[in-house]
Design a protein around this ligand. Sequence first.
Ligand code: UDX
Length: 456
Amino acid sequence: MEERKERRIIMFPLPFQGHFHPMIQIARILHHHGFSITILHTSFNFPDPSYYPNFTFRTIYHHNEEQEDPLSKPDASGMDLVTFIRQLRQSYADPFRESLAAEVGGGETECCLVSDVVWGRTSEVAAEEVGIRRMVLITSGVASFYAFAAYPLLRDKHYLPIQDSRLDELVTELPPLRVKDLPVMETNEPEELYRAVNNMVEGAKSSSGIIWNTFEDLERTTLMNFSPEFQGLIFPVGPFHKHSENILLTTKNKENHVTTEWLDKQDPQTVAYVSFGSLADIEEKEFLEIAWGLRNSQRPFLWVVRPGMVQGTEWLESLPCGFVEDIGHRGKIVKWVNQLEVLAHPAVGAFWTHCGWNSTLESICEGVPMICTPCFTDQCVNARYIVDVWQVGMMLDRNKLDKKEIEKVLRIKEMGEGMRESCLNWKKRASVCLSEHGSSSKYLEKLVGHVLSFDS
Ligand code: UDX
């Protein structure tokens, strides 16, 4: 590998698990290609840099650090995310600009800034002022971003705001999406959601390129549909976690040996793995329906319940007395797992997921069929594609979360031969794209050349 450590890429992740991890993964890939990496990270959710010894971390502090405000909390669960992201943007815009200016011009040659697309104009303005090229990282799929980009049209045609009477209607301009699949979220500030989405899409359009955690084969049609202004500047180099630089680090992680030991004792393809990612929260009523559904299904299950995930509770205290003893060794409830290891385990036969983009890709790469209960934004689009386009999962609508329905779905162990075949087929295609002449390898080569061509 050619050594060019003096070329530096500055990265600005959004401080949430589902965004930070892919940023770190692409950072490792680019570092392996000879770039040095500096991560500018908000004081909110600041990670432990000792896990990432190859990178330089800088903390960006916002100006109200001492005050009692939402950004001083350790995570954002239970908050109105639209409002929260607005606060993040406002609080960190100036400090980010100052930090970026301090970084640039320190002797090394900065090739560019790579910022999470959700930062939108926050990073655009700063990069312009400092005079550095800016690329964006999109940590969700192309199909959902395409739907975000169509917001003005969706509003013109009155699909948005969503009306309950139209939920099952096909959005003819965006097949196979139905109105209920459109990427929205509940918020007290609907106009702010529109502004944020517009800001994000425009920020991507004005960038010097888009790095995308997806692969061409998976989203070819949608990629081609994108307007010509994006063409040539899109780099679908995913799935990031399957690049060798990331796999090596994942398999070294042994902290989950207890879960692995439990999985080792289960029969092949029997376990339902249940996890709703790092942000979604559920009501206590839903939590109890899930618990009873899992118990009554008689199927082995591994269930991730994050502390704070169930509204109004700490962890499992709302489960009926004796519930955990009753399920015995058949079920395991944990606070967090190494999901990549779990999905790769032969005992896992299905993934009941909220369809966050990382979870979706990770499941596709391991050939695990999905039970889809999307909660908000891109998850709804992903679920529709999982079920109707890639045919690697089935839907379990959130409004049908009752124990009988859950039990019924979980008892369908094989979810049909056709689906298993489809899962294995996509697993193979995901690995082909990373082979020497695969699309993601080629795009990565182009991406490295593109970054090196910036004259900062
Ligand atoms: C968020 C958004 O909610 C999602 O819609 C968007 O696509 C990305 O950002 P999140 O909800 O956390 O992400 O879901 P997801 O994208 O699936 O990311 C979760 C990540 O956490 C995955 O990489 C998964 O492997 C990891 N995880 C989750 C664990 O390692 N252990 C767990 O127990 C649960």
